[in-house]
Design a protein around this ligand. Structure first.
Ligand code: ATR
Length: 286
């Protein structure tokens, strides 16, 4: 580090267990870029101060995590149109009068889907959950040409709200249902994207839908959870002959997309593979 070192950082609350410093500091070291990445815990009522301070210090870029992904929008100079529709931002890039906000979570998920050979265009998809992550993923699937999105959630009103919003842009593509109404979905094989917090460590013995016949609908299951590495949802998909992936690649690729925006570069595939292996090792040691 010297007086020319570029600083990038994560803000959120909490941030102490974040794996993002491992991603960015490895990329910077391997690519020979004079950049460091650290994390700051920021209280809810200090987000605007933090962004103003970061701009004043000339901080190169920020990641934003829970619970600030929506509130930070009010402090931005500019926002990417898709991030505005989604209503959540996780990456800030320095611009002349402050920061421009992007949603690279969605870029990360899309890269994971492509790499796992999961085709959305012209397909029907099942999404479990109707929180912030689900909203972004529902937009992504509609934007990538899904013909129908079965949006299942415990609280129907939350699924209806996302469906109404996304359908206002893309037509009647999203069908909201309660979790137990998966029986309304025609028999067939679908990609299923799991976005609820059910199954997240330490509650590893839970799945958002426990009934085995639900998993007969799975061609492939993608859980955005990465701790544990194999959730109960993923296990049930595997037991029913489907493939299953966790959210670690999504996390990696959202970071890679942010890094590429900050440094105006492209990270080679061999390097993303190397970082993924380090992330897997780190998660296994926790
Ligand atoms: P995120 O921003 O990570 O998506 P969130 O907005 O808090 O998180 O959303 C959490 C999701 O997990 C919601 O879909 C929530 O369902 P509700 O809308 O009914 O609250 C879902 N969820 C959380 N706990 C759940 C549980 N025990 N069973 C089923 N769904 C649950």
């Amino acid at each position: 580090m010297d007086a020319k070192t570029k600083l990038c950082c994560l803000i959120g609350n909490p941030v102490e267990h974040s794996i993002s410093p491992l991603i960015h500091n490895t990329l910077a070291k391997e690519m020979g870029i004079n950049m460091v990445y650290t994390a700051f815990r920021v209280d809810n009522d200090k987000v605007d101060d933090a962004i103003k301070g970061a701009a004043a210090l000339g901080i190169n870029g920020l990641n934003v995590t829970v619970p600030h992904k929506c509130t930070v929008i009010d402090s931005l100079a500019e926002i990417d149109p898709l991030a505005r529709k989604i209503g959540a931002v996780n990456t800030l890039v320095k611009v002349e009068n402050g920061f421009k906000g992007y949603n690279t979570d969605i870029i990360g998920l899309y890269r994971e889907l492509v790499e796992c050979d999961i085709d959305i265009e012209g397909k029907e998809v099942i999404i479990l959950g109707a929180g912030g992550a689900s909203k972004a993923i529902t937009y992504l699937c509609a934007d990538k040409g899904a013909t129908k999105i079965w949006l299942l959630n415990r609280t129907i009103d939350n699924a209806v709200a996302i469906a109404n919003e996304v359908n206002s842009y893309f037509g009647q593509v999203v069908q909201p249902l309660t979790l137990d109404k998966y029986t309304d979905i025609p028999k067939g094989k679908y990609p299923i994207i799991q976005t609820t917090s059910v199954g997240l460590y330490p509650n590893v013995d839970n799945a958002p839908v426990e009934n085995d016949d639900f998993y007969e609908l799975a061609a492939v299951g993608v859980d955005i959870i990465f701790n544990p590495a194999c959730t109960k949802f993923m296990k049930k998909c595997l037991e029913h002959g489907a493939k299953a992936y966790n959210g670690l690649k999504m996390l990696l690729y959202q970071g890679v997309a942010a890094y590429e925006l900050w440094n105006n570069t492209t990270v080679p595939k061999e390097l993303t593979d190397k970082v993924l292996a380090l992330m897997e090792k780190e998660m296994a040691s926790r």
